[in-house]
Ligand binder design. Structure first.
Ligand code: AMP
Length: 439
């Protein structure tokens, strides 16, 4: 299928051609016709599926056909959980609408109010906002939502996780009843269904698989390690290819800062991105990472939402997330656009429960590999050995000294999974013959 079949106008088709998009993704194929018809939509799609264009393209088409916004009265509102996602969505709206006369702006915290107030006063058609800062503007009378024609709740599940439900409900009371509402969410917990029931009218329901499913496109591996040795193992893994762009996840903000100090002390170029950083620092870290000035970006889960980096080969989970879904969000940053990504998790025995939940969610066991020199004293007691496909190479273990080469994919080397798996091979590490990756 091509974009021509979706009923999009020629200025939008030209913008898509400029961007090099040749065919619509699944969510775009499914959602765009409904949105163009003016229907409400409840869509299950996560970052990486092309969901932004799925709502932004038909939205721009609708707005371009109407009357431009007047002062302080935007015509469309996109609510996002984080500043990064707001900035990302705004960039996409601008890219897709570059041949149209549509004005857009963002409002989010961490930056001054004045430029936002000015932009709103001049008039914007599409306002992309985080809930907290939008409430501030509402309180100060610098925005009036009475002319909103379309509301988009982007990553609604994450907004609820972050406690934005009261803010969203408050914002919704300021919107006209007659409007189009689109709700995008990676998951459909009960609360999301409730929200949809309350605020969507007879929505078209759409569900798509992640574009690069965690199972197919990404090589997952767990390195069992004791907590005390995790930092050294991280340094070891990163030092094996210090030019490789790597996104490292830390569960806490302080943990992220500590890791950056560790990496910098080891001579690596790193920066952290988390909620305690100023917006300026977050934007700079992200752009430094995107253009290669730093090779390791250490992020917390929430800050990482909206990070869109094509061709990011490696994600390392320094610790596992408390919520299994976050694992999927984390690794969704790699293996995009058809490339193969690597998701490495450093897991201590205290995290066995979290690993079990993650495996349940993604529907597969993740290969465990013990790195020589980092054998845990307390093994990960959680699952039996991974089944080895017939004809696959014998179990491997990796050398700590940098000479070890990994398997071509995570499935071929499963035998070190399981409790106490460093017993047999640690003394005589083998090299895998079929590797394309060093660890
Ligand atoms: P999203 O899920 O909206 O965050 O989009 C993920 C990535 O896919 C972004 O880098 C988009 O620019 C890109 N993208 C979206 N739609 C398409 C498409 N039809 N063809 C190629 N890339 C796309």
């Amino acid at each position: 299928m091509s974009f021509d079949n979706l009923g999009l106008s020629s200025p939008l088709l030209r913008a898509l051609a400029d961007l090099g998009y040749t065919s619509p993704t699944e969510i775009q194929q499914l959602a765009i016709p409904h949105v163009l018809q003016g229907r409400d939509v409840l869509a299950g799609a996560q970052t990486g599926t092309g969901k932004t264009a799925a709502f932004a393209l038909p939205l721009l088409q609708r707005l371009a056909a109407g009357t431009p916004a007047t002062s302080k009265r935007p015509r469309a509102l996109v609510l996002t959980p984080t500043r990064e996602l707001a900035a990302q969505v705004h960039e996409s709206v601008r890219d897709y609408g570059k041949h149209l006369r549509i004005r857009s702006a963002t409002v989010f915290g961490g930056v001054g109010m004045v430029p936002q107030v000015e932009a709103l006063r001049r008039g914007v058609d599409v306002l992309v906002a985080t809930p907290g800062r939008l409430i501030d503007h509402l309180g100060q009378g610098t925005v009036d939502l009475s002319q909103i024609e379309v509301l988009i709740l982007d990553e609604a599940d994450r907004m609820l996780d972050m406690g934005f439900l009261p803010a969203i409900k408050r914002i919704l009371t300021k919107l006209p009843h007659k409007r189009q509402t689109l709700l995008f969410s990676a998951t459909f917990a009960e609360q999301i269904r409730e929200l949809a029931k309350q605020f969507l009218h007879n929505p078209a329901e759409i569900q798509v698989a992640p574009r690069n499913s965690t199972v197919e496109m990404i090589e997952h591996v767990v390195y069992p390690v004791d907590t005390a040795k995790k930092r050294d193992l991280l340094l070891h893994v990163l030092s094996l290819d210090s030019r490789r762009q790597t996104l490292v996840f830390s569960r806490t903000k302080h943990g992220a800062d500590r890791l950056v100090k560790l990496l910098e002390a080891a001579g690596m170029k790193a920066a952290a991105i988390h909620g305690n950083k100023s917006q300026g620092a977050r934007t700079k870290a992200l752009s430094d990472f995107k253009n290669g000035r730093i090779t390791a970006l250490v992020a917390t889960d929430i800050a990482a939402r909206g990070i869109d980096i094509d061709q990011l080969p490696t994600v390392i989970n320094f610790d596992l997330p408390m919520v299994a879904e976050d694992y999927v969000h984390r690794i969704g940053r790699t293996g995009r656009n058809g490339s193969t990504g690597h998701a490495i998790s450093l897991v201590c025995h205290e995290e066995a429960g979290q690993l079990r939940e993650i495996q349940k969610l993604i529907g597969r066991e993740i290969t465990q590999e013990v790195i020589v020199g980092f054998e845990p004293n307390q093994p990960l007691k959680m699952c039996g050995p991974m089944p080895r496909p017939s004809g696959s190479p014998r179990p491997q273990q990796r050398r700590a000294g940098g000479g070890g080469r990994g398997p071509a994919n995570g499935r071929s080397n499963g035998a070190s999974a399981g409790a106490g798996n460093n017993r047999s091979g640690a003394a005589q590490p083998r090299r895998s013959q079929n590797s394309d990756r060093r660890v």
